[in-house]
Design a protein around this ligand. Structure first.
Ligand code: SF4
Ligand code: SF4
Length: 171
């Protein structure tokens, strides 16, 4: 089976990573929880087996990857199957390769729910503790920034429109 490939938005820059799904599946099967002290190191070590990460970028990769694992873990815990879903394409590219989706700053977010109420695409969910999180990043409409404008504490980060210039229409 071919190794998985996913694009992530790492500090505003698109990064394609190999083997993320396999790593998360393995960590989950081993009972590694997102908040365990060893998790950030384990994730980084696993990702570096298939991907080069420059030394200066390790902290931002680590925090983004931990958020991704948190997302994966919540889904598994909630009983939702992690199935390969068809998110369609954008300009001829698989949607999962376009790193366009909101990221919530957990320090700034007040869990007011305004983004959840606004977005019709089921990108956001609320967990059992009332925390709003980005459950389905690839359902986000490429180029949209609507939820950012309703977030009073400015907790929603969206990528720069410039990143979309790299995805020219595929013939
Ligand atoms: S609108 Fe902003 S503050 Fe409110 S839940 Fe969404 S991200 Fe958090
Ligand atoms: S940017 Fe638009 S489509 Fe994407 S999550 Fe926000 S409101 Fe929904």
């Amino acid at each position: 089976m071919p190794i998985s490939y996913r694009m992530l938005n790492i500090g505003g820059i698109p990064a394609g990573l190999l083997g993320l799904e396999e790593l998360f599946t393995q960590l989950y099967a081993e009972g590694i929880t997102p908040n365990a002290p060893e998790t950030p190191e384990l994730i980084l070590k696993g990702v570096r087996e298939h991907n080069y990460i420059p030394k200066y970028a390790l902290p931002i990769y680590q925090s983004t990857l931990c958020e991704e694992y948190q997302r994966y873990f919540r889904k598994r815990k909630s009983g939702k199957a992690i199935v390969a879903r068809n998110y369609g394409t954008w300009r001829g590219y698989p949607r999962e390769q376009i790193p366009w989706f909101p990221t919530i700053s957990s320090e700034a977010c007040t869990n007011c729910g305004a983004c959840l109420d606004l977005c019709a695409r089921e990108v956001f969910e609320q967990d059992e503790d009332g925390k709003i999180w980005v459950a389905e990043p690839f359902l986000c409409m490429v180029g949209c920034c609507f939820c950012k404008s309703v977030c009073e504490p400015k907790a929603i980060l969206m990528p720069s429109q410039d990143i979309l210039n790299g995805f020219r229409e595929k013939k």
